[in-house]
Design a protein around this ligand. Sequence first.
Ligand code: AMP
Length: 315
Amino acid sequence: MTHRTSIPTVPTVARSRDELQRARAALTVGDVAVVMTMGALHDGHAALIRTARAAARHVIVTIFLNPLQFAPTEDLSRYPRTFDSDIEICSAAGVDIVFAPTPDVVYPDGDPGVTVSAGPLGAVLEGHSRAGHFDGVLTVVGKLLHLTGADRAYYGQKDAQQLLLIRRMARDLDFPVEVVAVPTVREADGLAMSSRNTYLTAFDRETALCLSRALRAGAAVAAEGPSAVRRAARSVFVEEPLAQVDYLVLVHPETLEDVPECHRGEALLAVAAKVGTTRLIDKHDPAAITVGQCPNGNASERADDDRHGDDERLL
Ligand code: AMP
């Protein structure tokens, strides 16, 4: 069923569990969607909210900087905080409730003794570079799903591995929620919107365009097969040495394993790179890359020839 899309309302701001439960109890009619964020909202978040708003009767937005998913060396303390403008965006998008707790509300006993394990899919790519990150993400996602009692939850495709893991958690642990993916929203020049883009200097921002450029270059030759995709994407970074690539991979969207040369079907082209002091990630929407010519029927050929370096997953 389609619901009203953007009737400005002032959302109820809940800081405590009690406030959330009271506001949630008032949403008696119709289904409830949740959009989970770390704040510093931009048009990408707004797209999630609008998509949720169009499908569900009520929308809850959570704004929570989850310490459990940040390593001590990461940017938790400098992460941008823009609460007033976040509320304006939520008002304009017709959000019913904004749940904005502090860590002691979410974790009243301190660090939880029991957490969700993301398993093997959480140990590769982002998880390889950010040990424990996805355990922290899934733990808070599980808690926020319980606390909000949402029927549907909306996540961005930009964070492809996070989306995959949340889907897996919902399936593997029988969370009664529908997980919905929303396409990446980009700036006019192709840069994927991210709260972390505010860290970029004007110079860094120019450099950062190489992430989306590399993904487009790879996608443009998808019909030629995985090696061509990898070569095309990699060549963009060869010409942009100021971006330090962490990984640049063409993987199966469900297993996150490198796709073999004769792979047919969707593949995920994903990149993480440091530009200046900022670590950025991006990916090409999987439906857009449908690689696979199998001229010699060699299904087992792997991407190893295209791999450079031991630690870094640069194609
Ligand atoms: P964050 O606040 O960065 O944790 O993101 C909260 C949600 O917004 C996640 O589901 C992200 O995948 C999603 N998101 C972040 N940036 C974008 C974007 N540019 N387009 C669409 N969704 C996004």
